[in-house]
Design a protein around this ligand. Structure first.
Ligand SMILES: [Zn+2]
Length: 212
């Protein structure tokens, strides 16, 4: 079996879903994005499948089919992973620019628009007991189908009033993005347990030192 597409079953998940929105969770698949020990969490197509399953955008039986396809065509799986990383970095560039009120990078927007247009070719409106919803057409037959719901999620968030509540973690290394759904809109950390506590510990340590 090709190393690049081998599933890492039964190991503890490296992924966290604290972003409050699918596309933001996707941008948070890099640990310590701005730190010295930056860590890429999507290093193979199998990682991407695992993330998609944990994010609930991929059914187990579809994941199995995509895994088989990836093993049969490792070159295509690698290129699907490259497209995923390119989309992820474009989303990070777009949302971080929006949160910091910087100019929106045109190339990142073009990457998203291309993904949105590809996605639209694979979507339809389905009906179930007079309720309508978006449905993907044969996601199990395309290696990059994982990107379709992510592109739609990003398009939805960028065009929604919620864009104002997208924040970047206040930790200098982390830079994870999240949707601040708190009442007073003052959430500062991707997760208090990790980044928030680290910052608190650092402040405590600095205070102790300055008192010496
Ligand atoms: Zn953080």
């Amino acid at each position: 079996m090709n190393q690049a597409v081998m599933p890492r079953q039964n190991s503890k998940s490296p992924f966290e879903f604290t972003g409050g929105h699918l596309c933001l969770n996707f941008t948070n698949t890099v640990d310590n994005r701005k730190g010295l020990n930056r860590k890429e969490l999507l290093t193979s197509y199998a990682d991407l499948l695992r993330w998609a399953e944990e994010a609930n955008i991929l059914r187990m039986k579809d994941a199995g089919r995509l895994q088989n396809m990836a093993e049969a065509a490792p070159g295509q799986a690698k290129s699907a992973l490259c497209s995923a990383l390119q989309l992820r970095e474009s989303l990070y560039a777009l949302f971080s620019a929006a949160t910091e009120r910087r100019a929106i990078p045109g190339t990142a927007l073009s990457v998203l628009n291309r993904a949105v247009q590809r996605t639209a070719q694979h979507e339809r409106i389905a009906e179930d007991r007079r309720r309508f919803h978006w449905q993907l057409i044969s996601p199990e037959s395309s290696l990059d189908s994982i990107l379709w719901p992510i592109a739609r999620s990003a398009a939805d968030l960028l065009t929604s009033p919620d864009l104002e509540n997208v924040r970047q973690c206040a930790s200098t290394d982390c830079a994870w993005l999240f949707l601040d759904a708190t009442k007073n809109h003052r959430r500062r950390w991707c997760e208090m347990r990790t980044c928030g506590n680290r910052a608190k510990a650092r402040r405590y340590y600095e205070r102790q030192r300055s008192e010496l």
